[in-house]
Design a protein around this ligand. Structure first.
Ligand code: SF4
Length: 373
């Protein structure tokens, strides 16, 4: 673990940015002692604008105007888990299930990916069969034929499968803790147990993965105090990044009649994560656009620095229903338009490469030991 010099961050004017350290990877810097208050997470009006402005300045100071551009391919909607907030839960018998063919995906990604894409995220329900039959061969082909960075988001798997994925060439594991409290984790039937999920996050980090996690904001019955627990958990984990997904009631789920998240909550959470960890990679998730028209752009304005365009083949995309069937698909055109509209630029360098260089500079993910275990 490298020792870390706290950086004093000035949020007064844009001019201050010029005097801040510009290197992206000279230390695992986080802002001095920032931890959100409930009032930050529920902020509206002028207080919210100020929170987002401070977060955006912290992002610019760390990453300049560059935003990482990743593509996602969704390779299987089979899932052995039963999360109440997700349309792909195993009890959803209405859903047509698919596993993509790795040859088709390889052809798509090698021959037809947009030039702005530097990294691929391979995502599926928790489906070890798809990991063996689709994901592993796809990663090996991508490694052989391209210089793309490879992320995976495949759920809680065995240490052996994690090892195989790593040997094949993936280096970033996305595994969300979803809910920052063991009792609520159980109530929403999130995968396995809360303790097991955190144990796997730590195991992945210990075995050399760059781990990104995430949580859902605005679940039914969630209070600002509950939301705050996610921050305790996030900072206790050895992460390189964290996402915030708004709760959107999913068709064919037990929460179908729930109220969608108050848009302020996920956006304020993005800003608060940025202020808590200026060095983290924080995505603007496409579901932000399901909660408000400009949600995705608003995410970038609140401190996000990663965007994802969807390259899942059109014929199966409609069955990948984490939220509702009426998905908001982030195409290349939409992603690039959002980046440009916010005065940002796509990063020439890839995310996996960024992490690799950061590690070469001695920066490893650090947890802060408070609270959650
Ligand atoms: S959130 Fe993930 S693990 Fe849970 S049911 Fe959906 S696909 Fe499966």
């Amino acid at each position: 673990m490298v020792s870390e010099k706290a950086t004093r961050i000035c949020f007064q004017t844009d001019k201050c940015i010029d005097s801040w350290p510009r290197s992206n990877f000279n230390s695992g810097v986080r802002s001095e002692d920032y931890f959100p208050a409930e009032a930050d997470l529920a902020a509206a009006g002028a207080a919210q604008m100020d929170l987002h402005r401070r977060a955006a300045l912290a992002t610019r100071a760390r990453f300049g105007r560059e935003v990482f551009v990743r593509a996602v391919v969704e390779v299987s909607n089979f899932c052995r888990e039963n999360c109440t907030y997700c349309g792909m839960r195993r009890d959803n018998r209405e859903l047509h299930r698919f596993r993509a063919r790795h040859e088709q995906l390889a052809e798509l990604l090698i021959q037809h990916r947009p030039a702005s894409v530097t990294d691929i995220n391979i995502q599926a329900g928790e489906d070890p069969v798809a990991v063996r039959e689709v994901v592993l061969p796809l990663i090996r082909t991508l490694r052989r034929e391209t210089s793309l960075g490879v992320s995976v988001c495949l759920g809680t798997l065995s240490p052996e499968l994690y090892g195989e994925l790593q040997s094949a060439g993936a280096s970033i594991y996305i595994i969300k803790f979803e809910v920052g409290d063991a009792a609520q984790y159980k109530k929403f039937e999130a995968p396995g147990t809360f303790a097991e999920r955190l144990r796997h996050i730590r195991l992945l980090a210990e075995t050399g993965w760059n781990v990104s996690s995430g949580f859902i904001a605005g679940l039914p019955g969630q209070t600002p105090g509950d939301l705050l627990k996610n921050f305790e958990v996030a900072r206790s984990l050895p992460l390189h990044g964290c996402s915030v997904s708004p709760f959107i009631p999913g068709n064919e789920t037990p929460l179908a009649d729930g109220k969608p998240a108050n848009p302020c909550w996920p956006l304020n959470s993005i800003a608060a994560l940025r202020l808590m960890r200026p060095d983290w990679i924080i995505p603007a998730v496409s579901a932000l656009n399901l909660m408000e028209t400009d949600g995705y752009r608003h995410g970038l304005r609140a401190g996000a620095n990663l965007v994802t365009m969807n390259l899942t083949p059109a014929e199966v995309r409609g069955d990948y229903v984490i939220y509702k069937r009426d998905r908001f698909i982030m195409t290349e055109e939409r992603v690039l338009a959002a980046i440009e509209a916010e005065g940002l630029v796509p990063s020439d360098g890839g995310l996996a490469d960024f992490y690799r260089r950061r590690r070469a500079h001695g920066v490893v993910a650090e947890a802060v030991s408070h609270g959650a275990n």
